[in-house]
Design a binder for this molecule. Structure first.
Ligand SMILES: Cc1cc2nc3c(=O)[nH]c(=O)nc-3n(C[C@H](O)[C@H](O)[C@H](O)COP(=O)(O)OP(=O)(O)OC[C@H]3O[C@@H](n4cnc5c(N)ncnc54)[C@H](O)[C@@H]3O)c2cc1C
Length: 464
């Protein structure tokens, strides 16, 4: 019988414990700013706003507990990727998109330094991001990706052949890799818990076990009362569809992970990975992994990508077939780990807008704001989004003028809604079926060209 713990929100909670619950909203309240959602986006927004304007009365409303969502379940890649950059370059020009990229590069440092300044020990290791290729088609994409990143101003990214890659990490069959210093490994839950405590210590009110059912201008409505505030900021990412009127705004996409038992010294010796870079690949249905501070491999990828009707949560429970598929990826990368015990498996949801572009918006007419749609690159992006929301609120309330952040191309970006069901379900499932088919084809018939269908799936889904 398998000894894998399935669900329980995530391995990170098994490692660090679920937090003591904070009081729910006791009744109607008023605030200057009401933030809905206690993940990285909501908490960083509360943090930066309160730091900038300590007199503000800020209330965070969280349906379960802070870090219940993706912020307590992710792969711990703090890195400089931002969803939609290339589309923003097409819409607003290369220079604007390069400014967004540079802001993201700085954000990695900002999170590391702020965590340090606040005394948050989140097992951060600044080892950069290593992405490997193990088929000719992946190598072709890797080189293209590398060149693109250089063209967006990354001066310190390096390209490696098979031998140099193996010097860093022995991934079976790896033919090349690209490395950037703009990334770090972290323990997601230690960060989100530390952040919630820091925010509270600044004087922000956090109510947990308080689901918001509807957001209206100047109102966040819950079963226990309504918070009235000139600014209501929606920071609910993959859960957004559960709010009244938001069903087709951002599609809740699942991502699933496994964590092994701690590996032995001999196993680590056979793998290398001393730099503790976050590790990814160039498959269409890509994987992501980290070497945890307690000596495990935590590895994620796409399982069942999307549940009919935008359903979201079951405390992270994951289908056995998905756990098996992730284990196969683990042993494809490191065949010597065949038979290693998977200690934990879990899943979470991330928000995907129809055009796959992350956004930060403040509607000046209504005082409603939101940030998200990070499509799986949210650990760092949420921090940049939060600082941007701070600047937008300060600008709108006359406390400051426009800043470098309020003029970034992702600000106030508009996108259409997703199609109604069953089109939404059919679209996402066929896209991922096509990716899996393309990945399999690339493995079995090695050519440097990506199958046409994978490119078509990208175009139809609005991804590229
Ligand atoms: C398995 C997995 C792995 C990932 N790995 C990475 C990675 O390695 N690197 C990376 O950059 N990104 C990764 N991501 C994405 C990243 O974790 C998210 O983009 C980021 O955490 C989003 O933060 P957030 O605060 O916007 O959303 P969340 O963390 O989801 O927070 C939203 C919060 O809002 C609350 N909420 C929702 N609806 C309501 C409501 N109606 N009322 C009150 N509260 C509500 C939720 O309970 C939740 O706590 C991953 C995501 C998943 C699921």
């Amino acid at each position: 019988m398998s000894s894998t713990i399935n669900g329980g929100i995530s391995y990170w909670y098994a490692d660090h414990g679920t937090p003591a619950p904070r009081e729910p909203l006791p009744g109607d309240e008023s605030a200057d700013v009401c933030i809905v959602g206690g993940g990285y986006t909501g908490l960083w927004t509360a943090y930066y706003l309160k730091k900038a304007a300590p007199f503000l009365r800020i209330t965070v409303l969280e349906q379960k507990f802070c870090g219940y969502g993706a912020s307590g379940r992710n792969g711990g890649w703090l890195y400089n990727g931002v969803a939609g950059r290339d589309r923003y370059a097409r819409l607003h020009g290369k220079e604007a998109a390069t400014r967004l990229q540079e802001a993201m590069n700085d954000t990695v440092t900002e999170v590391i330094e702020t965590a340090k300044a606040e005394g948050i020990d989140a097992d951060i290791h600044h080892g950069g991001v290593l992405e490997v290729a193990y088929t000719p088609a992946q190598l072709a994409r890797l080189k293209e990706f590398h060149a693109t990143e250089l063209a967006y101003g990354e001066k310190d990214r390096t390209l490696h052949g098979a031998r140099e890659t193996a010097d860093r990490i022995r991934v079976a069959g790896a033919v090349g890799s690209t490395w950037t210093p703009h990334g770090a490994r972290l323990h997601p839950v230690k960060l989100v818990k530390g952040l919630a405590s820091a925010v509270e210590a600044l004087g922000v009110t956090i109510h947990e076990s308080t689901p918001v059912t509807e957001i209206k201008p100047k109102h966040a409505i819950t079963p226990y009362g309504t918070v009235r505030a000139p600014y209501v900021l929606r920071c609910t990412e993959g859960f957004t569809a559960s709010l009244k009127g938001q069903r087709r705004t951002w599609l809740p996409m699942n991502s699933s992970m496994i964590a092994t038992k701690p590996l032995s010294a001999a196993q680590w010796e056979s793998i290398g990975w001393e730099g503790r870079e976050t590790l990814g690949d160039m498959a269409h249905a890509y994987m992501y992994a980290q070497r945890t501070a307690d000596g495990r491999i935590a590895l994620g990828g796409r399982g069942v990508p999307y549940r009919y009707g935008s359903k979201t949560d079951n405390n992270g429970r994951t289908q056995p077939a998905t756990i098996e598929a992730l284990r196969e990826i683990l042993t494809r990368f490191f065949p010597q780990l065949a038979g290693v015990e998977v200690a934990h498996a879990w899943s979470g949801v991330l928000g995907v807008p129809r055009d796959w572009c992350a956004t930060v918006t403040l509607d000046r007419a209504t005082g409603l704001g939101w940030a998200g749609g990070y499509v799986g690159s949210g650990v760092a992006t949420a921090n940049l989004a939060a600082r941007t929301l701070r600047d937008l609120v300060q600008q709108d309330s006359g406390q400051a003028g426009p800043t470098d952040l309020t003029t970034l191309p992702w600000v106030n970006h508009k996108v259409r809604k997703w199609e109604p069901e069953p089109l939404r379900w059919l679209g996402v499932h066929s896209m991922y079926a096509t990716y899996r088919h393309a990945d399999h084809k690339e493995l079995t018939t090695p050519t440097p060209h990506s199958p046409h269908l994978a490119r078509l799936a990208n175009r139809l889904s609005g991804r590229h």
